[in-house]
Design a binder for this molecule. Structure first.
Ligand code: AMP
Ligand code: ZN
Length: 464
C-alpha cells in the first residue's frame, strides 16, 4: 500500500510522493532554548522521530533539519535577568536538549542549525521581500511583512479573510488567529535587548522568530522540500508566516506536506513552560520510567489525538514494553545463545499488517495491535513447542522491524560486541563464498572462546 499522510494544507489524507524519488527532505521546528524542554515538546519530537523511522523503514533516504531558536524575546529576557551572555545561556539548554534526545533514543537530526549562526541568510531574505514589495520598513528601523500583498495568506490555518485587518501590525512573535496582522521580520534594537543585536541595512536589531525557520530551511533543504512538521501551536502564526515569507521571497513553492502533532495535556491543559505544568525527561526517568516505557507512553497515542499524560501511564507502558522484550528473549533463547538472523520479517503475516497500519498516516494503534496479536499466538506456539526454528528466526526479524520504529527493546550484552561483529563478518564472507576468510574468522572466534555453528536458521554462537 502506498503511504498516506494527513496534510494540514488540504485537511485530508494524501498519498505521499517525494519530490526526488527515494529521498525525503524533512524540516521540523526545534526548541526555543531558554529553558529545559518538557515532555510536551518531546511528544512532538518523538512523533517526528516516528515519522523519520517509518520513512527509513520504507527505504527512503532522509535529510532531517531541526532548528534551534537561540534568540527571541524569551531568551533575551532570561539572559538579561540572569546577567549572563545569551550564548552561554542557550549553550546550556542546547546541551541538555541533546542529552534528553539521547535518553529518549531519538535519532539525531542531520543538522541542528542555530538561528544566531544564520543571521546573514535572514537579512538576505528580508532584503528580497522588501525589493519585491512584500515588506516595508517602519520609522524605528523595524521591518514588517504586509499580509495584504500575499493573496494566499491564511490558507494553511484556514482563516476567515473577512476578518483580516492588514493595516494593523504586531510586534510579538506569537499572536492569535482571530486577528491576523502584519508581522515582524526584523525588530529594531531596544534598551531591553541589552547586548543582543546585529547590524543590518535597516540598523541594529534582530530577526523575528518566523524568518529564522524560512531562512534556515531554504538554506539546508532548498526552496522547495517535502515535509515540514511541528506541534499544532506552530500552525498559526508561525507556519502561516513561514509560507508567506518563503513563497514571496523565492517566488517558488515551499513545502508539499505539513504534518502537525496534537498537544500533550496535563490535567486537561496544554503542557507549557508558561503555565508551569510540566515534567522533564530527567525527572520522569528518576521517578521510575525507563527510556523505553517513556518512549512507549509518548508514542502509543496517534499523533493527531491529544495525549493526556498521567504518571499512571508508567505501569501500562512498562507492561507493554515488557511483553515485547519477553517474547524477544524467549525467541532468542529458543533459537540459541546468539543467532545472526537470516530470517525475514516479511514471512511473518503480522509484519504486513504492521506496515499497512503505519502506511495509513502512522496508525500506531493498528500497528501495535498486529504486534500484540502475534505475540499472543507465538507465546502459545512456544509453550507447546510447536514453533519451527525458521519461524522463530523470522519472528526475531519481525521484532527487529518493530523495534526499528519503536526502539523499545534492550539487547543482551552478554556476548561482546567484538564477537558479534566477527560473526557478522563471517556470515558476509560465506555469502561471498569466501571460504578461506570464513574459516579464518571461525578459528579466530575459537581462539577467543566461541564456537560457531551454521544452521538453516542462521549462524549460532556458543561459548566453549
Ligand atoms: P518551543 O520550544 O515552545 O518552540 O516548542 C518546540 C516544539 O514543541 C514545537 O513544535 C511545539 O509545537 C511543541 N510543543 C510545545 N508544547 C507542546 C505540548 N504541550 N504538546 C506537544 N507539543 C508541544
Ligand atoms: Zn519553526
Amino acid at each position: 500500500m502506498s503511504t498516506r499522510f494527513y496534510n494540514t494544507k488540504s485537511r485530508k489524507k494524501e498519498i505521499f510522493v517525494p519530490i526526488k524519488k527515494g529521498h525525503v527532505n524533512l524540516y521540523t521546528c526545534g526548541p526555543t532554548v531558554y529553558d529545559t524542554a518538557h515532555i510536551g515538546n518531546f511528544r512532538t519530537f518523538i512523533f517526528e522521530d516516528l515519522l523519520k523511522r517509518y520513512l527509513l523503514l520504507k527505504g527512503y533516504g532522509v535529510t532531517h533539519v531541526m532548528n534551534l531558536t537561540d534568540v527571541d524575546d524569551k531568551t533575551i529576557k532570561k539572559s538579561v535577568a540572569e546577567k549572563i551572555p545569551i550564548r552561554d545561556l542557550t549553550n546550556k539548554y542546547i546541551d541538555l536538549f541533546h542529552s534528553d534526545i539521547k535518553k529518549l533514543k531519538i535519532i539525531p537530526a542531520d543538522h541542528y542549525p542555530r538561528a544566531t549562526d544564520h543571521i546573514a541568510g535572514m537579512i538576505e531574505m528580508i532584503k528580497s521581500l522588501i525589493e519585491r514589495e512584500f515588506a516595508y520598513i517602519t520609522d524605528d528601523g523595524s521591518v514588517y511583512f504586509s499580509i495584504s500583498t500575499y493573496a494566499d495568506y491564511g490558507r494553511l490555518a484556514n482563516l476567515n479573510f473577512e476578518l483580516q485587518q492588514s493595516t494593523e501590525r504586531v510586534e510579538t512573535d506569537d499572536y492569535s488567529k482571530d486577528n491576523p496582522q502584519d508581522f515582524t521580520l526584523w525588530k529594531a534594537w531596544k534598551d531591553s535587548d541589552g547586548e543582543v543585536f546585529w547590524d543590518s541595512p535597516w540598523g541594529r536589531g534582530r530577526p523575528g522568530w518566523h524568518i529564522e525557520c524560512s531562512a534556515m530551511s531554504v538554506e539546508y533543504l532548498g526552496n522547495h522540500f517535502d515535509i515540514h512538521c511541528g506541534g499544532v501551536d506552530n500552525l498559526f502564526p508561525h507556519h502561516e508566516n513561514e509560507i508567506a515569507q518563503s513563497v514571496c521571497a523565492t517566488g517558488k513553492e515551499f513545502v508539499n506536506y505539513w504534518l502537525h502533532s496534537e498537544h500533550l495535556l496535563l490535567d486537561s491543559e496544554k503542557m507549557s513552560k508558561s503555565l508551569g505544568n510540566f515534567y522533564h525527561v530527567k525527572e520522569l526517568l528518576a521517578a521510575g520510567y525507563t527510556s523505553e516505557s517513556l518512549r512507549y507512553a509518548l508514542l502509543s497515542t496517534h499523533y493527531r489525538s491529544k495525549l493526556k499524560f498521567t504518571n499512571d501511564k508508567k505501569h501500562e507502558a512498562q507492561k507493554a514494553v515488557s511483553r515485547v522484550q519477553e517474547i524477544y528473549n524467549r525467541l532468542q533463547e529458543y533459537v540459541t545463545d546468539y543467532a545472526d538472523i537470516n530470517g525475514s520479517a516479511n514471512r511473518v503475516p503480522a509484519s504486513e499488517d504492521f506496515i499497512k497500519a503505519l502506511d495509513d498516516d502512522l496508525d500506531v494503534a493498528g500497528a501495535l495491535s498486529s504486534v500484540f496479536d502475534w505475540i499472543r499466538k507465538t507465546n502459545v506456539q512456544l509453550d507447546t513447542k510447536t514453533l519451527s526454528e525458521m519461524d522463530a528466526t523470522n519472528g526475531i526479524a519481525f521484532l527487529l522491524q518493530v523495534n526499528s520504529i519503536f526502539d523499545i527493546l534492550k539487547f543482551d550484552l552478554s556476548i561482546p560486541e567484538e564477537i558479534i561483529q566477527l560473526a557478522k563478518e563471517r556470515t558476509q564472507a560465506r555469502k561471498n563464498r569466501d571460504w578461506q576468510n570464513s574459516d579464518r574468522i571461525r578459528d579466530e572466534l575459537y581462539n577467543l572462546g566461541w564456537n560457531i555453528e551454521d544452521t538453516p536458521a542462521g549462524a549460532k554462537l556458543k561459548q566453549r
